[in-house]
Design a protein around this ligand. Structure first.
Ligand SMILES: *Cc1c(COP(=O)(O)O)cnc(C)c1O
Length: 294
């Protein structure tokens, strides 16, 4: 079962600055970080015997939901683009836990995947859209805000990565209620900043501090690889899609946060690297870290 007490706070010196690292990656080997917080509420008793979702065929959400469905004894149906190779990484795990995969041709739009998923709905089934929902996410983010408030306190700057925006928007809401002196800085790794602001506004979270990643979402980049290697030296393992790019962004903006207490919430998802690191060419994988001297 998910154990949120495993998410300790660590102190680390990175780029000659002190950081508190909130170790949400330690919550559970399979379901941790952002997904553990967002989907914790699915572990409560519920009338649904089936969960239905859709998205990429290596997605962290698919991985986390398949594991939670497995331990809850719920059927999990997932609509995704087809895959040509033997399943590996997140997909291999998800299938092992009994996920029922519905595949549409490669290149099918996310809207079409969503429509297909909706067509599978029955009264006993819960549809979990890509990224999850605010309603599902808020209880887990309340716990996170509460833990940050009691273990760190003060008026820190809190960094958290964002994809769909559901995580940062609900955490912002929770922090306002439980830890208003903290300033959340969302590191936007996917989609446009305007889109994230619109989503926040639509949910009633008007003000959001956002720093956007300059990288195309999930595309291999040598600086991301180097940053991951730099962080590893400090026994901080970060994934290639969210947290390593986020540290590149934070590094570039460190001067904006002079004199501030810095907190980084680890968003987990390290199993995603099994497939993601294969996309890095052997040449890139060889790169020696250039952050050694910092
Ligand atoms: C899903 C995910 C995110 C982004 O979460 P959103 O709530 O969709 O913004 C960040 N980090 C990791 C590791 C994730 O798996």
């Amino acid at each position: 079962m998910l154990d949120f007490s495993r998410s300790i706070i660590e102190s680390k010196q990175l780029f000659s600055r002190h950081f508190y690292i909130k170790r949400d990656d330690l919550i559970h080997p399979y379901c941790n970080g952002n997904k553990a917080r967002k989907f914790a509420s699915l572990l409560k008793k519920s009338p649904y015997s089936t969960w239905i979702s859709y998205g990429g065929n290596q997605s962290n959400a698919m991985f986390a939901l398949s594991y939670l469905a497995h331990i809850q004894g719920v059927v999990f149906k997932y609509v995704m683009p087809s895959f040509s190779q033997t399943p590996s990484g997140n997909l291999a795990y998800a299938l092992k836990w009994g996920m029922q995969a519905y595949t549409l041709p490669q290149g099918t739009s996310i809207q079409s995947l969503a429509l297909y998923a909706k067509s599978l709905l029955t009264p006993q089934a819960l549809l979990i859209p890509q990224g999850g929902t605010y309603e599902l996410s808020l209880p887990g983010m309340h716990s996170l805000a509460d833990e940050l408030s009691s273990s760190i306190g003060g008026n820190p700057v809190v960094f958290y990565t964002s994809g769909s925006g559901v995580g940062v928007i609900t955490l912002q809401k929770a922090l306002r209620a439980l830890f208003p002196k903290a300033t959340l800085v969302a590191i936007n790794c996917a989609g446009s900043e305007a889109e994230l602001r619109d989503k926040a506004r639509a949910y009633g979270v008007g003000q959001m501090e956002i720093l956007s990643s300059p990288f195309a979402f999930a595309k291999p980049k040598s600086v991301i690889w180097e940053m991951r290697a730099y962080l590893k030296q400090f026994h901080l393992r970060c994934d290639l899609v969210y947290d390593s790019p986020a540290f590149c962004v934070i590094y570039e903006h460190l001067n904006d946060f002079r004199g501030k207490e810095l907190v980084f919430i680890h968003s987990g998802g390290l199993t995603g690297d099994i497939s993601q690191q294969k996309r890095y060419s052997p040449a890139l994988r060889q790169i020696k870290t250039t952050f050694d001297s910092i």
